[in-house]
Design a protein around this ligand. Structure first.
Ligand code: PLP
Length: 406
């Protein structure tokens, strides 16, 4: 259980901000999370004292930065229970991680007429890289549908799989609906057919325990900024057996062993996939963010967020003008809705003036919106540092919206 929420909120300086003179209520955590002081402080410390480009220096600062960067890799490895730190590739975020796989895995293993399977509820980041690959390779993209509660139609998956299926790539948790997908079922089915699976963990890593060995996924992608770390950081976990077989993604410094005009050879994992100067101080910040989460306990975080989800859903249900999108049995702390038949942008703009930050629009899931035949929703997404009192403010805000629009 999370105790002393007041003290926890003090760990996040931005939460005591005001917006338009009103105390900030930050309900846009699915877009990005706020950062605790430990993250801000360690990055500040490195920039002020130990900024030296990593891996190739002999000097004090380069050594310190390299040690910090590689420690962060170990922190990530332990956090997701990868069997080796060679399986942890630092990227710029979930988008960067998925593009890496689409490009490198796609280059080697996908050919004309082959098939990739995604779901209808994916973020654009887990659609467009596969579309680009399919266009390049003349491959085919197949789509797992979801029902109107926002749950994947698992019984349709077997008929989508064929001997041409090269990869299944699905989200762990939907950013627009909050649905927690039964990825174990998908991974089990895929592996029975010798198909590897990529899990987009952008919305899951901060909410629930992820154990990549237990899940047995082949790839797992997530972003640092959604787990209380800095922007521009992320991770691609990949099973070593796959990563070894995949060609480099980008060329440049660090990813090589020897360069000559006759023949260039490549570095070992994970460096083969980390061309150029990585965001090493960002990675150190992400490591500190993960340590913060570990100290709180991901189970405690899940419990607190579940309580907020239940409270928020109950309170919002009291409005007869509300329509929810995403009513799956298993949900993370995301509530998507339309209110009073209003354009979500109008609702969001009024809430904003009351200091309440929600997201409005398609949430980068246009096919999902098309399925519901809507142009967008209002999305309130909670983190463990949010409170029921803040949810009450959202309710008061919506009462004002209702009055304004009649
Ligand atoms: N996948 C999902 C499910 C997301 O919610 C997001 C971001 O909202 C992404 C991928 C892309 O993440 P990023 O922009 O950090 O790369």
């Amino acid at each position: 259980m999370i105790q002393n929420i007041k003290k926890i909120r003090e760990d996040f300086p931005i939460l005591s901000q005001t917006a338009y003179g009103k105390p900030l209520v930050y309900f846009d955590n699915a877009a990005t999370t706020q950062k605790p002081s430990t993250v801000l402080d360690i990055m500040d410390e490195y920039y002020k004292n130990y900024n030296g480009n990593i891996h190739r220096g002999v000097h004090f600062m380069s050594d310190k930065a390299t040690a910090g960067f590689e420690k962060a890799r170990k922190t990530v490895q332990k956090f997701i229970n990868a069997s080796s730190d060679r399986e942890i590739i630092f990227t710029s975020g979930t988008t960067g991680s998925i593009n890496l796989v689409a490009s490198s895995f796609g280059e080697k293993f996908v050919g004309e007429g082959d098939e990739i399977i995604v779901s209808e509820m994916e973020h654009h980041s887990n659609i467009v890289p596969w579309q680009l690959l399919c266009e390049r390779k003349k491959a085919v993209l197949k789509v797992i549908p979801f029902n109107l509660k926002g749950e994947l139609e698992y019984d349709k998956i077997p008929s989508l799989i064929s001997e041409k299926t090269k990869l299944i790539s699905v989200t762990h948790i939907s950013n627009a609906l909050g649905t927690v997908n039964d990825i174990r079922q998908i991974i089990g089915l895929a592996h029975k057919n010798n198909i590897p699976v990529l899990i987009d963990g952008a919305q899951a890593i901060q909410h629930l325990k992820v154990d990549v060995q237990e899940l047995d996924c082949d790839f797992y992608a997530f972003s640092g900024h959604k787990i209380y770390g800095p922007t521009g950081t992320g991770v691609l976990y990949g099973k070593e057996s796959w990563l070894e077989k995949m060609p480099p993604y980008q060329g440049g410094g660090e990813m090589i062993r020897k360069v000559s005009f006759k023949k260039t050879t490549f570095n070992d994992l994970p460096f083969k996939f980390e061309a150029g100067t990585p965001n090493y101080i960002g990675a150190i910040g992400m490591g500190a963010a993960i340590e913060y989460v570990q100290n709180l306990g991901i189970e405690n975080i899940a419990e607190a967020e579940n309580e907020l989800l239940n409270y928020g859903t109950k309170k919002l249900s009291e409005f007869e003008e509300i329509v929810f999108y995403g009513t799956a049995e298993k949900k993370a702390s995301v509530i998507s809705f339309l209110f009073n038949n209003l354009n979500p942008y109008d609702v969001g703009t009024i809430l904003d003036k009351l200091g309440i930050a929600v997201r409005t629009g398609t949430h980068c899931t246009e096919p999902l919106m098309e399925k519901f035949n809507i142009t967008g929703t209002v999305r309130a997404s909670f983190a463990f540092y949010n409170t029921k009192e803040e949810i009450d403010k959202l309710i008061e805000g919506l009462v004002k919206v209702k009055k304004l629009f009649g």
